[in-house]
Write a protein that binds this ligand. Structure first.
Ligand code: BGC
Length: 635
C-alpha cells in the first residue's frame, strides 16, 4: 500500500539536510538600491508605473511601438517565438536592439528587461550550444559544473543582448509521468536546492551589474512537480493566441492510461509543502535570485498566482525575497477565465509584480489603472511592485547613465564556440547513468571490427535535445544547432579499420562485433508530455528485438526526459545507459561508450519497475524500484 503524501513527506525529510546557504551572487542586496528606485518612481505617472509591470510576447505584438505607447517594462520571446527575419544570431540581436531602442525613447527612457527561456543553453537560438536538460545535470550532482554551464548560458544569451532567462527550474518532481520532469534536477529537494543555487550563481555571476551576467528566475513556485493526476479533462478555453497553456485533453497513452498532471492541484499540508518543495526557493533567494515565477498549479485548490499566503507572506515577508515576481505565460488569465479584470486584481494583490501577458497587455494596462483608481488595488502595492522591478534594473546597471543598453555584438565570437561545446560534452559524459553492464560489454573497443547501430534516436539531434529547443515543443530531426549525433560520435571515435553500419530499425546486425541501439522519447514540453505509462513505443521495442536477433551483444542507450518503464528492454540488453536529453554534444556519449570517460552519473530519480508503481520516490513505503535513487554503475 502506498503511504499518503503527508507521511511520505515526513519520511523523506529524514533523508534531507537543511538547505545550503549559498553565497549571494550580487554584491549588494536589492534593497540597497531602494533610494535610487524610489527617486525614479516619484517621477512616474500611474500609466508609466503600470507599464513597468507588463511583459508581452514581442513576437505577438502587432505594433511594436506599443512598447512606447504602454511604457512597457519588459518583453519576452516565448518558446517558438522567432524573429521575423529568421532564427539566427543576427536576427535575435536585432530584435533585442529594436525593442530596447523603443524603450529608450520613452519619456523616462527606462530600459526593458528582455526575457527568454534559455533553459539549457540559449536554447531558442539556432547555433547556440545545447546543454543536457536539468534531469541529466541532476545525475552529475556537480554544482561546479552546473555553475559553469549557467555562466556560458549567460554569455551566449548576452551575445544577443538579452539579459533575463526564465531559469533555473528548481522543481522537485514527485511524479515522473509529468511532462516537465526533465526540467527538474531531481525528485529530492536537496539536489534541486544545491544545483538550483549553483545555476543562479552562474547566470547572475558574482555581480549582476556585470554586462556578462543575466537575471535568473527560479520557477515554478511552488510544488509544480507535486501535482496529482486528473484523469479526464475537457478543453479549456482562452483568448485567441493566449492559449498556449490552457490545457487540452488528457493524452491517451499506448496502454490507454489517460493522465493530466501539468498545472494541476497539490493537495498537501503546509508542513509537507515547506519540507519538500520550499528548500530550493530558500537557496535561490539566498543566492540572490532576481526573479521568481509562480506556478500554473494550485495548492489545495488555490492557484499559486493568486495566493497571497505563498507570494507575499512566505516568499517576500518570511524568506525576504527582494527581487520581483513574474507571472507565468497567461497565468493571470487562468485565475478566473470569465473575469480578466478581477483576475488581475487577485494576482497583483496576492503579490505578482509583473504580468507575463503575451497579448492581453492593452487590456491589462487599462484594467490595472482602473483597479487602482477604484481602490481595488492599493497604490502602495503598485509602488512596491515597481520599486522591486526598478531595483533589479538598478542592480543590473540598466539605469546607469552613459552605459549602452544595446547589444554588444563583439560577444558573437564566443556564441556556440568550441570552448562552450567542450563544457557541454563534459556535462554529457558526467550525466550518463550506467544501469547495467553484463560480461563487461562496456566499454567498447575502438578497434572492434564492426559496430552496428540502430534505433530512431541514433542519428537525431532533435530527439537528443528534447523540448524547449529552438521550438517550444522541440522537434525530431535535424532541427537544431550543428552538434553531433550519437551515431556521428561513434563514427568519430572508432579506429580507421572499424566499420560502423546503421539501420534505424536495428536489422542487419548479423556478424557485427556489437550492436548499439538508441531509443526513447520524442521531444515534448509541458502538458503535452504528461504520460501515464512511460513505455517504449513499438518501433523502439522492435529495434531492440531486431538487434538482439542478430545474436550479438546489445547495448541500449535510452534518450528520455525521465526514467521509463523499460524493465523488458533492460533484461534483453547486455548493457544499458540512461542518457537523458544530452543536447547537441553527442560526443560525450561516445566518450563513455568507449571508456575515454568512466561513467560517474548517479540516478537523481528512482527508476520504476512497472507502470503500477508510478509515481515512485525515495522514502516511499515499500520502496521497491528497479534501480534506487542514487544508483549508477562504474567500469
Ligand atoms: C512556461 C514557463 C516559461 C514561460 C515563458 C510557460 O508556458 O510554463 O516555464 O518560462 O512559458 O515561455
Amino acid at each position: 500500500m502506498r503511504m499518503p503524501l503527508f507521511a511520505r513527506g515526513l519520511l523523506s525529510s529524514l533523508l534531507l539536510l537543511s538547505p545550503t546557504i549559498s553565497a549571494a551572487s550580487q554584491t549588494k542586496p536589492f534593497s540597497a538600491y531602494d533610494a535610487e528606485a524610489k527617486e525614479l518612481l516619484a517621477q512616474m505617472t500611474l500609466e508609466e508605473k503600470v507599464g513597468q509591470m507588463i511583459q508581452p510576447d514581442f513576437a505577438s505584438m502587432r505594433d511594436k511601438t506599443d512598447i512606447q505607447r504602454y511604457y512597457l517594462g519588459s518583453v519576452l520571446m516565448g518558446g517558438g517565438s522567432d524573429p521575423q527575419a529568421g532564427n539566427n544570431l543576427q536576427a535575435w540581436t536585432d530584435v533585442y536592439d529594436h525593442a530596447q531602442g523603443m524603450a529608450l525613447k520613452t519619456r523616462l527612457g527606462i530600459p526593458l528587461l528582455f526575457g527568454v527561456d534559455a533553459v539549457h543553453g540559449h536554447s531558442n537560438v539556432l547555433g547556440a550550444v545545447i546543454f543536457p536538460h536539468n534531469i541529466g545535470l541532476g545525475c552529475t550532482n556537480n554544482p561546479d559544473l552546473v555553475e559553469k554551464i549557467a555562466r556560458i548560458t549567460a554569455l551566449e544569451t548576452r551575445a544577443t543582448g538579452i539579459q533575463w532567462t526564465f531559469a533555473p527550474c528548481v522543481t522537485v518532481v514527485r511524479d515522473e509521468r509529468w511532462g516537465r520532469t526533465y526540467e527538474g534536477f531531481s525528485e529530492e529537494p536537496k539536489i534541486a536546492s544545491v544545483l538550483g543555487a549553483a545555476a543562479v550563481r552562474g547566470l547572475q555571476g558574482s555581480d549582476l551589474s556585470d554586462p556578462l551576467s543575466i537575471a535568473a528566475c527560479a520557477k515554478h513556485y511552488i510544488a509544480d512537480g507535486g501535482t496529482v493526476p486528473i484523469s479526464s479533462m475537457g478543453r479549456r478555453g482562452g483568448q485567441a493566441g493566449d492559449n498556449r497553456n490552457f490545457g487540452g485533453t488528457a493524452r491517451a497513452t499506448r496502454s490507454g492510461v489517460r493522465i493530466r498532471l501539468n498545472a494541476g492541484d497539490v493537495p498537501i499540508d503546509e508542513e509537507t509543502l515547506r519540507r519538500i518543495h520550499l528548500p530550493p526557493y530558500i537557496d535561490a533567494v539566498n543566492a540572490g535570485v532576481a526573479t521568481i515565477m509562480p506556478s500554473y498549479s494550485s495548492w489545495n485548490g488555490v492557484k499559486c498566482t493568486a495566493s497571497k499566503r505563498l507570494l507575499t507572506e512566505i516568499l517576500k515577508e518570511e524568506l525576504g525575497f527582494q527581487g520581483f515576481l513574474i507571472s507565468d505565460y497567461s497565468a493571470i488569465s487562468m485565475i478566473d477565465r470569465s473575469d480578466y479584470k478581477g483576475s488581475i486584481a487577485t494576482a497583483i494583490n496576492a503579490g505578482i509584480d509583473m504580468g507575463m501577458v503575451p497579448n492581453r497587455y492593452a487590456e491589462f494596462f487599462n484594467n490595472l489603472q482602473q483597479l487602482v483608481e477604484e481602490g481595488t488595488v492599493p497604490m502602495s502595492r503598485i509602488d512596491d511592485a515597481v520599486t522591486r522591478i526598478l531595483r533589479v534594473k538598478c542592480v543590473m546597471g540598466l539605469l546607469d547613465k552613459g552605459r549602452s543598453q544595446l547589444a554588444d555584438r563583439s560577444r558573437w565570437s564566443k556564441f556556440g564556440s568550441d570552448e562552450h561545446r567542450a563544457v557541454a560534452r563534459d556535462a554529457v559524459r558526467q550525466s550518463l547513468v550506467l544501469l547495467k553492464n553484463e560480461n563487461k560489454t562496456l566499454p567498447l573497443a575502438k578497434s572492434a571490427a564492426r559496430i552496428h547501430v540502430g534505433g530512431k534516436s541514433a542519428d537525431d539531434i532533435g530527439n537528443q535535445c528534447g523540448g524547449w529547443t529552438v521550438e517550444w515543443q522541440g522537434r525530431s530531426g535535424d532541427v537544431t544547432t550543428g552538434g553531433t549525433t550519437i551515431l556521428a560520435a561513434i563514427k568519430n571515435t572508432v579506429s580507421a579499420n572499424t566499420e560502423v553500419t546503421f539501420a534505424a530499425d536495428g536489422t542487419g546486425g548479423a556478424g557485427a562485433t556489437v550492436g548499439v541501439v538508441i531509443v526513447g522519447e520524442r521531444p515534448y514540453a509541458e502538458g503535452n508530455g504528461d504520460d501515464g505509462d512511460l513505455e517504449l513505443d513499438e518501433a523502439d521495442v522492435a529495434a531492440i528485438d531486431n538487434m538482439k536477433a542478430a545474436g550479438i551483444p546489445v547495448v541500449v542507450i535510452l534518450i528520455s526526459g525521465r526514467p521509463m518503464v523499460v524493465t523488458d528492454a533492460i533484461e534483453k540488453a547486455d548493457a544499458f545507459i540512461a542518457a537523458w536529453l544530452p543536447g547537441t554534444e553527442g560526443q560525450g556519449v561516445a566518450d563513455v561508450l568507449f571508456g575515454d570517460y568512466k561513467p560517474s552519473g548517479k540516478l537523481s530519480f528512482s527508476w520504476p519497475r512497472s507502470v503500477d508503481q508510478l509515481p515512485i520516490n525515495v522514502g516511499d513505503e515499500n520502496y521497491d524500484p528497479l534501480f534506487a535513487f542514487g544508483y549508477g554503475l562504474r567500469y
